[in-house]
Design a protein around this ligand. Structure first.
Ligand SMILES: CC(C)(COP(=O)(O)OP(=O)(O)OC[C@H]1O[C@@H](n2cnc3c(N)ncnc32)[C@H](O)[C@@H]1OP(=O)(O)O)[C@@H](O)C(=O)NCCC(=O)NCCS
Length: 155
């Protein structure tokens, strides 16, 4: 049996009226909160420590979400630096009464930083990459990490 690498985590929730506007469309903030919680839990479990969100990139809106839909957020550790982790968060939406597969509604890249008990960045375990998908995610995540580093140096 393959050892759990703790790199993927999913969270699901049925959308309720209090989370939506008068037309039944779910507020973006509700989805962002769920995405941030998913990124946080994915990173916290991987690092086995407290984490903080340092950055969110490329938030893409593929389609609106309505009350009654089952929303599933999936967090995947794509890249690991020294203390930072890039978590790809996808949002899939399923109509519970339709005989159709879920569709992708949103995607974003979260940079999470592991913290020690004093709130300082701490080192995280190296990422083991094996599958083609993991290698692709890692290479793309590494490019984004290097470009953030350059931007921060230039600030
Ligand atoms: C994230 C935070 C801990 C980084 O602290 P710092 O003193 O800048 O630490 P460092 O410069 O050593 O950076 C630590 C890591 O974070 C990464 N990082 C920090 N800021 C980043 C940013 N804006 N974008 C991407 N990565 C960032 C660094 O690249 C570094 O990664 P590495 O260790 O893998 O190489 C600090 O900026 C912080 O607490 N920010 C507030 C976070 C917060 O409150 N989030 C909730 C928002 S509502």
């Amino acid at each position: 049996m393959q050892k759990d690498k703790r790199t993927r985590l999913t969270m699901s929730q049925v959308m309720l009226p209090y989370q939506a506007d008068s037309s039944g469309k779910v507020h973006l903030g509700e989805i962002l909160k769920m995405m941030d919680s998913t990124a946080g839990a994915t990173a916290q479990r991987y690092a086995r420590s407290n984490v903080v969100t340092a950055r969110v990139d490329e938030l893409k809106f593929h389609s609106p979400i309505f009350v009654g839909a089952l929303v599933t957020c999936t967090g995947t550790i794509a890249f690991v630096g020294k203390s930072s982790m890039e978590v790809i968060v996808t949002v899939d939406v399923e109509d519970l009464e339709a005989d159709e597969p879920p569709h992708r509604a949103k995607t974003a890249y979260f940079t999470m930083v592991a913290l020690d008990r004093m709130g300082r960045p701490r080192e995280v375990p190296k990422l083991v990459i094996e599958t083609e998908e993991e290698i692709k995610n890692y290479e793309e995540g590494k490019k984004r990490y290097e470009s953030y580093k350059l931007k921060r140096k230039g600030k």
